[in-house]
Design a binder for this molecule. Structure first.
Ligand code: FES
Length: 132
């Protein structure tokens, strides 16, 4: 714990205080080659953190802002389906990934979703008792 404390309270502040950051705009034009070379590591670290943050936010937005339901009946407040068990003659696969174009039934769209996101979703298969 001492190493982390020392790093945060002493090493990093001392390093930053030692960077050749000019006090005025014109000071940037008076920096020497050695000064510019000293600025490369912190610029690379800040740039890397910025890019990683940007990329993470971009991926989160592409994933749909955290909403599970991307396309099923988005015009209503809550998606609820009823299936009469007597209507199931043999078996039925019900979608759990919310990507099926044949909702509430699975159409295999979970495969593309799993491949794109690394997820492992799949349908729930309801079988009629006599067909087990
Ligand atoms: S399409 Fe959604 S689980 Fe198969």
């Amino acid at each position: 714990m001492y190493i982390l404390s020392s790093l945060v309270k002493e090493t990093i502040p001392n390093y930053l205080a030692g960077l050749p950051i000019p006090d005025s705009f014109g000071g940037w034009f008076r920096l020497g080659v050695k000064d510019w070379l000293a600025l490369i590591p912190p610029v690379v670290v800040v740039g890397g953190i910025s890019y990683y943050s940007y990329d993470t936010i971009k991926k989160a937005r592409a994933a749909g802002n955290g909403q599970v339901n991307q396309c099923v009946r988005k015009d209503i407040n809550k998606v609820v389906d009823f299936i009469d068990i007597e209507d199931i003659t043999e078996k039925v696969s019900l979608c759990r990934c919310w990507r099926s174009k044949n909702w509430p039934y699975c159409d295999g769209a979970h495969g593309a979703h799993n491949k794109a996101t690394g997820d492992n979703t799949g349908p729930v298969v309801v079988k009629h008792k006599e067909n087990k």
